[in-house]
Design a protein around this ligand. Sequence first.
Ligand SMILES: *Cc1c(COP(=O)(O)O)cnc(C)c1O
Length: 442
Amino acid sequence: MDVLTSCPDCGSLLDIEYEWDKLPVPKSMREFESRWSNRRDPLDFSGVWRFRSLLPFAADKDIVTIGEGQTILQQSPAVGKYVGMNAGGLFLQYEGLNPSGSFKDNGMTAASTHARMVGAKVAACASTGNTSASLAIYASTAQLFRVVVFVGSGKIAYGKLSQALDYNAKTLQVLGDFDDALERVREVAGERGIYLCNSVNPFRLEGQKTIMYRVLESLNWQVPDWIVVPGGNLGNSSAFGKAFTELKALGLIDRIPRLAVINAAGANTLYQLYEERGVRWDGGMSDHSTVETFFSDMDRENRKASTLASAIEINRPVNLKKCLRALDACDGVVRQVTDQEILDAKAQVGAGGFGCEPASAASVAGAKRLRAEGVIAPSDRVVCILTGHQLKDPDATVAYHSGNTDLFEEKLGMRGVKTAEYANSPIVVENNLQKIIEVLER
Ligand SMILES: *Cc1c(COP(=O)(O)O)cnc(C)c1O
């Protein structure tokens, strides 16, 4: 079975389009609320599939679900203050609460479903960690197909690698970076008829649309002013744009929120192209030559992505075009933030909420920048997507809080993080009651 992910003629990624006029479309988003009372049905329990009439590509019997999408939108006064919002204006969407600990499960449940529909025997992905953890958990629980994951030899957080290994996925560590690993896995998938689960797979994006449905649901179906999301391979931002474009076209929302995509400064292709070189969607006719020149310069100068936020350490975002479309639909902006800003924001998210992994905190750091620039108004309602769980990357967290910035360089290969302003360092104390009491009262 040949499953294409890109157009054989032009090479662009495929996109899912529905014939909505032939489908039973809900008349109002409130219709989904009736599913809450039917939670014993796994499809209605799932935070992805209770919205299945908005991603209607699968018959119910083919759907692979493990209870993904039980995530929450939390108002965060502490983080809101840090970002510079008025009281009550900042919300955190905790996608780390998914079964494998990242938002990737929203997409992988959809890709696994499609893999089952086409009878795939083996599925594969390249990953900076979370995609492989997610694919591996679906394969281990569904037992429908085997999995091969390709990880690069750049940074990979052990929390994530440990998941792929524990879920018994065949794990290949390619001697190259993530971009190399993705190229190889696309070749292997083509050669061997293996089902490809990277975000080149358009079904993943269909599942990820539901993150936005759940945000709206939590806000009593009101549209916020801003969605702020970290950008790596740009699958999430692309999916969000598609979600809102479709909802608007279907008359289910009356306006579209603005979208801010946040790059790490060490992996800032989208920022460079969109903000510095003015590349736009232009109705699908975006300026190819500027993009090509950018990538060929990158190759010639051997520029590699480098950031402590390993989940977004990607220089060749495969969903670039779809993301440009999303930015166009959502009047979007792109910003870059340093690793220092990311770690400081992460410490604030931890101190004021459930915590997150480094890449996720780029959203909060980005919101803070946009607030400082006046692009985001203090009175706006802002939703920052926290893409991954706090326990994914404990090395980065412990290095920051122990205030041991040498550790960044030594263990995480990072330069440029100089201070740990919000560090909550462990206190070393003698094994002695009196000394312990002294420390407690200090
Ligand atoms: C994959 C991932 C991202 C990047 O998402 P894209 O859709 O590739 O832009 C950000 N944060 C975390 C935790 C991730 O796992």
